[in-house]
Design a protein around this ligand. Structure first.
Ligand code: MRU
Length: 348
């Protein structure tokens, strides 16, 4: 695989016929790596949030298909396609909300369909997956340069969850824009929310920005309104798991309330998302919001903090309507409302 951007922390990569990824469940205490040698291990890693974040999930699943293709003992193309289809079904069932997962798997399967021999299918699947790996970094860099102009020298920027290197192959979407603005000479500092209940903000965003020397402060999710009311936040930028044609944004639970608070305080609310995160077919009611284990809510660390028997809801994502979104930064340019019209032009 071409290894450009060696200076960046790589979340996932194809190495020695395996998929190697940062184990995000161990961060920030340990920067450890997991090596997956079959697609079932990849599926398990996605389910358990060893790898997470929409673009990273997509590329990892595509590399999972490459593992399935390499491991197949099929003697002819039909048998190999059946093996690939079995892996496709398992990988697509890992998480329901981030559309990048389905986009990536379908793109690789589509390419594989056109190959004619066993060797050709195997080569095509790995080739397409590694191409997506490289394109992810390039799209993030491009989004960064498109979005950087929206930020001013001295801005304090709030972000929710982790839409950084760790949510992509490298560089990040929302944090990529912050990186690009800083690379252009602007002094930006970041306020990260903890992002209960899985703590992606505390564990991952704070770790990643500290690792890269970016000024970062951490706040409880519940402090967002207070900080905004005090004028301590100039802009908000988040990533997305799915953006609809209409500009509805699905992202980590809590994003919606951050967007409402931003509107209340006249603070621009930006979303950074590559085109692989756009779902042009679904309406808001079609999107499945992942419900995760109640253990994430009843426990803090290993300690139970809620009484036994209490009813728990644990939705992992929410939907922010377009009227709360000031702009959507993509690798092809920045969309401003009305998004549907702008998107048509952007994709034309
Ligand atoms: O449950 P997670 O950690 O996979 O959720 C991740 C998010 O919600 C991110 O904000 C989103 O995927 C954008 S990542 C560039």
């Amino acid at each position: 695989m071409a290894r450009k951007n060696l200076d960046l922390l790589l979340t996932v990569e194809w190495k020695d016929d395996a998929v190697v990824m940062v184990d995000q469940t161990k961060l920030p205490n340990r920067l450890a790596y997991v090596k997956c040698t079959d697609y079932l291990q990849v599926a398990d890693a996605i389910k358990k949030l060893v790898v997470r974040g929409a673009p990273a999930i997509g590329v990892t699943a595509a590399l999972g298909l490459a593992l399935a293709a390499q491991a197949s003992k099929a003697k002819d193309v039909d048998e190999l396609r059946a093996d690939l289809d079995a892996a496709f079904q398992v990988l697509r069932a890992t998480r329901p909300t981030a559309v990048n997962l389905f986009w990536a798997l379908e793109r690789v399967m589509g390419k594989a369909k056109r190959a004619r021999t066993v060797e050709d299918v195997k080569k095509t699947v790995l080739g397409e997956a590694t191409k997506m790996w490289q394109q992810d970094i390039e799209a993030n860099r491009q989004m960064g340069s498109n979005g950087a102009q929206l930020f001013k020298d001295g801005d304090v920027v709030l972000t929710h969850c982790n839409a950084g290197s760790l949510a992509t192959v490298a560089y990040g979407t929302a944090l990529g824009v912050i990186r690009a603005a800083r690379e252009s000479g602007k002094r930006l500092s970041v306020i990260a929310t903890e992002t209960r209940p899985v703590m992606q903000g505390a564990r991952l965003t704070a770790f990643e920005l500290q690792h890269d020397g970016v000024d970062v402060s951490l706040i409880p999710d519940t402090a967002v309104g207070h900080m905004m009311a005090r004028g301590a936040i100039k802009r908000v930028i988040v990533g997305a798991d799915r953006v609809l044609r209409t500009g509805h944004v699905f992202n980590k639970i809590g994003t919606y309330q951050v967007a409402i608070l931003a509107k209340r305080h006249n603070i621009p609310f930006y979303v950074a998302a590559p085109l692989s995160t756009f779902d042009l077919k679904s309406g808001p009611e079609d999107v499945v919001i992942e419900e995760r284990s109640i253990d994430e809510v009843v426990k803090v660390g290993k300690k139970r903090v809620a009484p036994k028997g209490v009813r728990i809801f644990n939705p992992a994502f929410d939907m922010t309507p377009p009227e709360l979104v000031s702009g959507i930064i993509t690798e092809k340019g920045v969309l401003k409302p009305p998004f549907e019209k702008g998107l048509k032009k952007l994709l034309a």
